[in-house]
Design a protein around this ligand. Structure first.
Ligand code: DNO
Length: 360
């Protein structure tokens, strides 16, 4: 595996490439062209400029998170082919620039959803948190200006003010879309992009829906073992793969994370590893990465990744806000750096222990 950190680009991120370069064991970044819209073609020139910037800091681009999928593709509307053609062109340009990993999601309307941006923990740190009660109390079509804004000048992905202005239209687009339709549209999209993925050896890694259940009455399908295996089988190509995000699949306490990892051998191309602390099954907060701070056994998660021979990029995920840092909630430097170091420590211990067993 390769340890990486997500980087939001010099225009938006409070964390610099120089800082990332100094986290022990981090050799790559996961990034994207942040000022593009879903459906837009990424030019080779812009991709190259991003690569050059990252490489000048002594790092490299380990993968793209995300190339966002236009709602026309998710809903299967009449103009979807135009947007799929654009997506294919972007993949082609990424391939030509030697980038071989693309994370994306198929969540309707919103990306990941939290209901608190700074819940205070006993140690004074703040974390992102979620309660179902808060979601249920919101009327999705009146949400403009509510929890979408006020994230230190940034917004959660999918909650951008310009999108919120069209929230009613977006909901209307999904009016007739249920789980089955969404699966069908995903299949159609994947079948169309697989040839270019094969040609340039691009691994597509779908990000799970977070939380892993339907919110605001919208369908959500990338939520559990059964559905993700269905997706792997429906387009049975190694380039059709998964971002294994422990914090997203882990929102559903019925998901057995190490077991899911083992069942996805050969299809996990990217891993997001973080911990959650549950108060009730629908009230949780994002803990430090350490097992003892949350509800997951992080050793077992890393061990399962090791056991399936996972060799892709991995990144610590949302961190706590600590030591007075001012940054985008979840994406500060300090706690993610601690997370990377902890995950690297687990990996070193697992690797050495396994090698020792092999030797006897
Ligand atoms: C949250 C992220 C997601 C992820 C997208 C992938 O922190 O893990 O926003 O990047 O869902 O498209």
């Amino acid at each position: 595996m390769e340890m990486t950190l997500r980087w939001y680009g010099s225009k938006f991120d409070t964390v610099t490439l120089e800082q990332i370069r100094q986290i022990p064991g981090v050799t790559g970044v996961i990034t994207t062209l942040y000022d593009t819209d879903p459906g837009e073609v990424w030019s080779r020139e812009r991709i190259r400029a991003l690569k050059d910037e990252v490489e000048a800091a002594g790092l490299h681009i380990s993968g793209i998170e995300s190339v966002n999928v236009h709602d026309a593709i998710k809903t299967g509307s009449a103009d979807r082919d135009k947007y799929i053609d654009n997506y294919i062109e972007t993949l082609e340009n990424l391939g030509k620039e030697d980038i071989h990993l693309v994370c994306y999601n198929f969540m309707p309307v919103f990306d990941w959803t939290r209901t608190e941006l700074a819940r205070k923990r006993p140690d004074g740190s703040t974390v992102l948190a979620y309660t179902q009660e808060a979601v249920d109390a919101l009327n999705p079509e009146d949400m403009f200006g509510s929890i979408a804004s006020d994230m230190n000048g940034t917004v959660m992905p999918g909650w951008e003010p310009e999108r919120m202005e069209h929230i009613k239209e977006l909901f209307a687009m999904y009016k007739d879309i249920d789980d089955e339709k969404l699966f069908e549209n995903l299949k159609y999209f994947l079948e169309r992009i697989m040839p270019v993925c094969n040609k340039y050896d691009i691994y597509m890694a779908i990000h799970p829906d977070d939380p892993a259940w339907s919110v605001f009455g919208l369908p959500r399908i990338i939520i559990n073992k059964e559905n993700i295996l269905r997706m792997m089988h429906m387009v049975d190509d190694p380039h059709n793969g998964v971002t294994f995000c422990s914090g997203s699949y882990g929102t559903n306490r019925e998901n057995n994370l190490p077991d899911m990892i083992r069942s996805l051998k050969g299809r996990i191309h990217f891993a997001h590893v973080r911990n959650l602390k549950f108060h009730t099954p629908t009230n949780f907060e994002e803990a430090a990465h350490l097992s003892s701070d949350g509800s997951f056994d992080m050793f077992e998660i890393m061990k399962a990744l090791y056991d399936i021979g996972f060799d892709g990029p991995i990144r610590p995920d949302h961190g706590r806000m600590i030591w007075g840092e001012k940054a985008m909630p979840g994406y500060g430097l300090y706690d993610r750096a601690l997370g990377a170091t902890y995950l690297n420590g687990l990996w070193e211990a697992i690797t050495k222990e396994e090698k020792r067993h092999e030797a006897v």
